[in-house]
Design a protein around this ligand. Structure first.
Ligand code: C2E
Ligand code: CA
Ligand code: CA
Ligand code: CA
Length: 279
């Protein structure tokens, strides 16, 4: 028994050591990575499922490092948030997304809304609002072409400056989306307190549409509730035709997921045909 205990112990310390050194390596490499050109913004289309046309895209950050290979945002975003690297990275994503949208509009002459993720730390930057407004004014875009996606995490702290920033962005005409809806504890409360225009149903609900009746009912209720509040709905993580058909049957507005397209570089985004989706 003693022997077993020692093995379990060394198993855990080994695992912890690995996690700690991975983390340290990421922290070390993320420093200067933007300047070295290791980041790229990918775009995943969002489809208007009533009219079957691409109506926009979500900007998603990608990082490829010579020493570490490609690192998932699930792994590096939290570290970028803790080290403050998210501030310049967030600005980079924003500027790239404006360029991509301008190129899309030049090529397709169709409306296009770009969705950009904002993490809680970015709100601690006192220049966030003016950075966003100034850069949109300098481009030929209108604020309504830009959707700012925030998760419940942004609102959890309850800081006044977050409310102030959101109200200012909303008044300036930006669309505000609640991301990962249904996964937090207080989403409903936030929905009535903050100026949301769009609700993104988390992909875990969409994934289980075909397997569980409860999920079907929940998705149906979320869409109905959002519509009753005058809020649009994006279903995330749509992977199958059956999921899409169900979403159409309950009047969900938009869908995003591998069924339509994976996140891809700007060149590939620009090659997509705005009309009939499903490749
Ligand atoms: P998110 O905002 O919920 O983004 C959606 C994630 O779902 C993306 O993962 C996307 O690639 C993935 N996805 C899209 N369609 C499907 C599908 O059909 N099936 C499945 N299984 N997954 C799908 P990704 O790109 O790995 O990003 C992960 C998270 O990292 C994002 O979740 C977001 O929270 C964060 N993130 C990514 N880029 C940025 C950024 O520029 N800024 C900030 N603050 N966060 C970012
Ligand atoms: Ca998002
Ligand atoms: Ca999401
Ligand atoms: Ca997420």
């Amino acid at each position: 028994a003693k022997e077993k205990g020692r093995n379990t112990y060394s198993y855990f310390t080994d695992k912890m050591n690995k996690e700690v050194s991975r983390r340290l390596a990421i922290e070390e490499q993320i420093h200067g990575a933007l300047e070295r050109g290791e980041f790229e913004v990918y775009y995943q289309t969002q489809v208007d499922i009533t009219n079957n046309i691409i109506m926009g895209a979500e900007a998603l950050l990608r990082w490829s490092n010579p020493a570490l290979g490609s690192i998932s945002p699930e792994e590096f975003i939290p570290i970028a948030e803790q080290t403050g690297a998210i501030i310049p990275l967030g600005k980079f994503v924003f500027l790239q997304a404006i360029v991509a949208t301008t190129l899309w509009k030049k090529k397709h002459q169709s409306p296009f809304r770009i969705a950009i993720n904002l993490s809680p730390c970015q709100f601690r930057d006192p220049d966030l609002v003016s950075f966003i407004i100034d850069n949109v004014n300098q481009s030929k875009m209108s604020p309504k072409d830009i959707e700012l996606e925030i998760t419940e995490g942004v609102l959890l702290s309850g800081h006044d400056y977050i409310t102030v920033a959101l109200e200012a962005l909303s008044k300036a005409g930006f669309s505000i989306a609640m991301d990962d809806f249904g996964t937090g504890y207080s989403s409903l409360n936030y929905l009535r307190t903050y100026p949301f225009n769009v609700l993104k149903i988390d992909r875990s609900f969409i994934h289980d549409i075909e397997t569980g009746t409860a999920n079907k009912e929940l998705v149906l209720a979320m869409v109905a509730m959002a519509h009753a509040l005058g809020i649009g709905v994006v279903a995330e993580g749509v992977e199958t035709e059956a999921q899409l058909n169900y979403l159409k049957s309950i009047n969900c507005d938009y869908a995003q997921g591998y069924f339509f397209s994976k996140p891809s570089p700007v060149v590939k985004l620009l090659m997509s045909n705005p009309e009939p989706q499903c490749d």
